[in-house]
Design a protein around this ligand. Structure first.
Ligand code: RIB
Ligand code: CA
Length: 311
């Protein structure tokens, strides 16, 4: 078996971020070096507290949680309480955290982890790209020293905040523009593929049947996520967007990807945050690739195995 791939997970828990943390922690093909947090689904105080709560329930006492940017580079913060609730992780009863944020700031942690292990560390970003942009600004070498960047964000089709833009890119389009302009390999898991990763009630029941505190927590997250996606997005089953980004690192064969050139719209009145995607015929012509499909059953099998492994 290949050695586990070290990752830094930059996130804004957030229900699907929480499930992505569970996959990153419980799948032996991935080694979770640290969790960095950013404002997005909720303010950074809440996304950081939520990351600590998830780390506590999953028993991740040796995984640093490092707080990051409290606002986008330029724009006012847009949050998603309508989907994730006022806490950002509504549904389960509040967790008394035993994991607490490590001193320092997220962009420094990202730089330090990547530069200490040239070519080895994958950055997985499942939130607005503010921290990743700040890391690049502080140390441009991150783009060449990182193994790659895998994001949940964007869409080559329709957005979910506006017809043009997906939430993570919409919140901080300037950060996304910086990130996509840098010379590194980026895999974009956008809505086109994450809207295939729909969690059925049967899968949710299978997670509830694991019979552990972690499994119960994840099932309660999914139940809340299901209610808000039905109400707000008119979707019967919630998409576990962020799980796709971690799953791609664990097993790229779960996904079909296409080489592309992705450019970020930052000026459009109606198109702010659009990930303008030009598909290319030859991989060598671009650093970017975008996910187009996922083997849904195998994705959820991996998630269930990871949650079960956390005990
Ligand atoms: O558009 C979906 C993305 O926005 C996910 O990362 C979700 O957690 C929210 O951050
Ligand atoms: Ca997220």
């Amino acid at each position: 078996m290949s050695p586990a791939i070290p990752i830094v997970l930059d996130c804004d828990p957030g229900h699907d971020d929480a499930l992505a943390i569970m996959l990153a922690a419980g799948d032996s093909r991935v080694r979770l070096l640290g969790i960095t947090t950013v404002a997005g689904n909720q303010i950074v105080d809440k996304t950081t507290a939520n990351a600590c709560a998830v780390a506590t329930i999953a028993g991740l006492y040796d995984v640093p949680v490092v707080r990051g940017a409290g606002r986008p580079l330029l724009r006012e913060l847009t949050t998603a309480g309508n989907i994730h609730g006022d806490s950002g992780l509504d549904g389960p009863l509040p967790i008394v955290p035993k994991v607490h944020p490590q001193a320092g700031v997220a962009c420094d942690f990202i730089v330090d982890q990547v530069m200490a292990a040239p070519g080895e560390v994958t950055i997985v970003a499942t939130a607005p790209l503010t921290n990743v942009a700040l890391a690049l600004a502080k140390e441009p070498g991150v783009a060449t020293y990182a193994r790659e960047l895998v994001i949940m964000g964007g869409a080559y089709g329709r957005g979910n905040v506006t017809p043009a833009a997906e939430f993570n890119i919409y919140v901080d389009p300037e950060a996304a523009a910086m990130v996509f302009h840098a010379p590194w390999r980026i895999t974009m898991m956008g809505l086109d593929v994450t809207h295939q990763a729909l969690c059925s009630e049967e899968v949710q029941a299978e997670i509830a049947a694991i019979g552990t505190a972690t499994g119960d927590f994840c099932a309660q997250l999914l139940e809340y996520f299901r209610t808000t996606y039905r109400r707000e997005m008119d979707m019967a089953d919630p998409p576990v967007h962020d799980v796709c980004a971690v799953a791609y690192v664990a097993d790229p064969s779960l996904f079909v990807t296409r080489p592309a050139k992705v450019s970020i719209e930052t000026c459009g009145t109606y198109t702010r945050g659009m990930t303008v995607t030009e598909f290319l015929e030859r991989e060598k012509d671009s650093y970017h690739q975008v996910g187009t499909s996922v083997r849904r059953h195998e994705l959820f099998d991996a998630l269930i195995r990871a949650i079960r492994a956390l005990g």
